[in-house]
Design a protein around this ligand. Sequence first.
Ligand code: AMP
Ligand code: TRP
Length: 347
Amino acid sequence: MTAALSEGVQTSPAFTPRVFSGIQPSGGLTLGNYLGAMKRFVEMQGQGFETLYCMVDMHAITVWQDPEALRRQTRELAAGFIAAGIDPEQSILFNQSQVPEHAQLAWIFNCVARMGWMQRMTQWKDKAGKNQQNASLGLFAYPALMAADILVYHATHVPVGEDQKQHLELTRDIAIKFNHDFETEFFPLTEPVIEGAATRVMSLRDGSKKMSKSDPSDASRINMTDDADAIAQKIRKAKTDPDALPSEAKGLEGRPEARNLVNIYAALAEQTVDAVLRDVGGKAFSEFKPMLSDLAVARLSPISGEMARLMQQPDEIDAILRKGSERARTIAAPILKQTYEIVGMVS
Ligand code: AMP
Ligand code: TRP
């Protein structure tokens, strides 16, 4: 546990230390999801927090999802969580749409948040693109639902990758405005937890772009279901520069592709970037890339093997998610009820 986190646990004595995070079942899991999010979700288990991890299928449908693909991807994501080390007894693992309190609180937050706040979100601007008029209303309201995901549990800590920082600031803004408007201290100001060497894993083809499940080029990303050959081939073809690796982090400045591969290595090896560069400084990429492939295969193949095994038992996955949503509702329902009372909704 990092210093920042253990300090964080002490900062909100009024609230149970509780972690919430979510991943969209909108495609296959990437190495970016694993290093930036899932691996860190696993590390937060058993550290004095209650942990809730969610497949956010309602967020996924803010852009078109084929129903059959959504079903498969939701089960595959659940298998990924379990294979990566989320223990469904210790953590609450569930599907967002099955806990209606998320949508119910989101409506209230739609009435707290302002249009201008949403309009400033970079993810909205990126995803809606030039034709905002044709984007779904759900895509615009996406961050209010995300705030509801978190605050319906009074979650105190949210581990995410760097790209979610702005949404978490908005979550705090919604909590502040709600608390202010209704003269209460009902919602906590949740702490983002954005830590480690891999908070922003970049595309293997372009060091200025995030590695993403929606990138049209499969060579840009490592999928958690890729086999050893595919991983080795993608790393071999990854874009680099002609220089050898530096022996200190300072030498990675202005070298985004080199920085990305070293960050990935450090996160997989659970070492700091400086420690990695002490070992590999001076090596050419032709020597470093096979080291990186071997490490990636060693770390990822047990996970993909276990995912494939779990995918043979969809009924078991569904049963785990059903139990998870029942447990989640026991926390969310009383918080929603109190919110309704604060707002003045008569029951
Ligand atoms: P998403 O796939 O957009 O639902 O993202 C799920 C989680 O993975 C979020 O916490 C993201 O910040 C994180 N994530 C997604 N892509 C990356 C990436 N390339 N590097 C680091 N974290 C990422
Ligand atoms: N917006 C997040 C993403 O795309 C997923 C998400 C939805 C989430 N609700 C959340 C993450 C609540 C953390 C907490 O990555």
